[in-house]
Design a binder for this molecule. Structure first.
Ligand SMILES: [Zn+2]
Length: 264
């Protein structure tokens, strides 16, 4: 009975695959689940993750991060879907995103960003991994369709916990490819710019991350292990930023420095 149910779902998912090609956000080359299922999966993963990390509850800090995230998301084709933004109490300089619009920012990242535009740069990059559905591709590849299908249906708590633990432990399921990173940078820089943040912030944040990796590799290890950062990516970000002109943008705002003080 269960088996029959699963194969029916698998068939439904394969059918959805063809409908999803070229959908909002683009990029999804290997997605076996619909956006709706992805958002269901995200809710389940977020519940698991809440039990595995220390979620920060400072209202001012959370309001600032949520507002910045929503401003960036509002410029994208997935603006009408529900997104959630979390601050994680962790001094490691990291951020990660879970399929279905859940974006996590470490206090260590906020403490090490110089200004609002730098935080926006990393958030826009993580949001863009969700837009391009890179993590869903990773889960599809790594776990396969039948396991993914049963996880989405809530029939597979063990694998759900395993996927969540892997995301928490490494910041993603696997190292994103160079193409995925380029796509997240491209989508992200445009989104942050349209949201009103200085796009140069993405490059200067990357430069700081690079600098940290030289001085204290341990603190940026997780970010680097999943988001390979190269001099070429930094150069490309600078070039893209120089082409985005005409809109009035901010590099910093007092509210950012206020919340930064709360985590340093
Ligand atoms: Zn990335």
């Amino acid at each position: 009975m269960k088996k029959h149910h699963r194969s029916t779902l698998a068939l439904a998912l394969v059918t959805l695959l063809s409908l999803n090609c070229g959908s909002a956000g683009g990029g999804g080359d290997f997605n076996l689940i619909s956006l709706e299922e992805e958002w269901q999966l995200g809710q389940q993963l977020a519940r698991e993750i809440a039990g595995q990390v220390r979620i920060n509850n400072d209202p001012a800090l959370n309001a600032y991060v949520r507002n910045m995230g929503q401003r960036i998301v509002a410029t994208t084709p997935m603006a009408n879907l529900p997104w959630n933004f979390y601050v994680v109490d962790d001094p490691a300089i990291n951020a990660f995103a879970v399929p279905g619009g859940h974006v996590y920012v470490h206090t260590g990242l906020i403490a090490n960003a110089d200004n609002a535009a730098e935080l926006a740069g990393v958030m826009a990059h993580e949001i863009s991994h969700v837009l391009a559905r890179h993590s869903t591709e990773q889960i599809s590849r790594q776990y396969g369709l039948s396991i993914l299908a049963s996880v989405v249906l809530g029939q597979n708590p063990n694998d759900l916990a395993r996927i969540a633990a892997q995301i928490v432990g490494t910041g993603a399921l696997a190292r994103f490819s160079r193409e995925a990173e380029r796509e997240a940078d491209e989508l992200g820089i445009r989104a942050m710019y349209e949201a009103g943040y200085n796009p140069v912030g993405m490059a200067t944040m990357f430069e700081e991350l690079m600098e940290h990796s030289r001085r204290s590799p341990g603190r940026v290890e997780r970010f680097f292990s999943t988001h390979p950062l190269t001099e070429e990516r930094i150069r490309d970000s600078r070039n893209r930023a120089s082409q985005l002109t005409g809109r009035s943008v901010i590099t910093d705002e007092p509210e950012f420095q206020n919340i930064k003080r709360r985590v340093t």
